[in-house]
Design a protein around this ligand. Sequence first.
Ligand SMILES: [Fe+2]
Ligand SMILES: [Fe+2]
Length: 321
Amino acid sequence: MSAPTLDRPAAERPDEAALQRQFDATIAADRRIEPRDWMPEGYRRTLVRQIAQHAHSEIIGMQPEGDWLLAAPSMRRKAILLAKVQDEAGHGLYLYSAAETLGADRADLTDKLIERRQKYSSIFNYPTPTYADVGVIGWLVDGAAICNQVPLCRSSYGPYARAMIRVCKEESFHQRQGYELLMTMMRGTDAQRAMVQDAVDRWWWPSLMMFGPPDDDSPNSAQSMAWGIKRHSNDELRQRFVDMTVPQAAVLGVTLPDQELAPDPETGRYRFGAIDWSEFKQVLAGHGPCNDERIARRRAARDDNAWVTEAATAYARKHES
Ligand SMILES: [Fe+2]
Ligand SMILES: [Fe+2]
C-alpha cells in the first residue's frame, strides 16, 4: 500500500526524510501509526510478519482443544469449550483484518502458513491426551498469552493495539475458565488430581518457551522495541509469567516440574531452571509432536471449504454492483 502523498506531483510531495521525521516524532510522542500514515518499509514488514504469526497461532490454536469438543465430560463443559474455541477464531479474524490494513492479503497469508513459510506459536504443536489439558491450556497457555498481549494494547500500530484490547479481555476469561476447571478436578478423585499434575508436567516448559528465545538470542527484538511494536523483552515477560503463576500453582495444589524454582530474596522474584531451547528450535522447525497434523488439518479446512469462500465472494460481488 503506498502512502496517498505519493500520488501528488513531485513538487508537492514531502521528501522521504521529512516523512521519516514525522514517523519518528509520532513514535517518540507515543502516538499511534494508522494505516494511511507513511511508515518505513521495515516497520510494515515486521508488523505483517508479527500480526500474521499471531493470527495463525489463534487459528491453529483452535485445534488442540477442538479435539475435545465431541468428548467433553458434560454439556456445561462442552458449552464453555465451544465458546472458548469460537473466541479464538474471532481473534484470528481481528488479526487477519489488522494485517490487511497493512496491505497483506488474508488468503495469501493462509497459503504461507500452509506452505510453512510463516510460523505460528510452537505451543500448539503439543498433543492434548486428557481433559486436564483443556484446563492447563486455559491456565498456562492463555495465561502466557495474556502476559504477552497486554503490553500489545499499547503497540504503536493503531489497528493492532485496538484488536488486542478485546482479545485480552477474552483471554482473561479463557485463563479463568481453565483455572476453574482445574480447581474442580483437584477437588475430585486421586485419578483426576494425577491427571492435572501430568498435564502441568507436560505444559509447563513449553509455556515458558511461548515468550520466545532469550533476549541475547532474539535479533529482531531491539528494533521492534524501538518502533514501539513490542514494549517488553522476552525474558522480562517470561519472568512476569513465572511470578504470576507460581502462587496460583500453590493454591491449586500442583507442583511445577522445576527443581530450581525458588524465590530470590534479593529481587523478590522467582528464579527458575534452564529452558531446553533445542526442543523449542526443533518444534519451531516443524519437528514437534503434532506439527504435521496441525498443518494438514488447516490445509484440509482451506480446501474443503473453498466453495464457501467462493460463494461468499460471488454474493458480495453481486451486491456491490
Ligand atoms: Fe486467543
Ligand atoms: Fe485464548
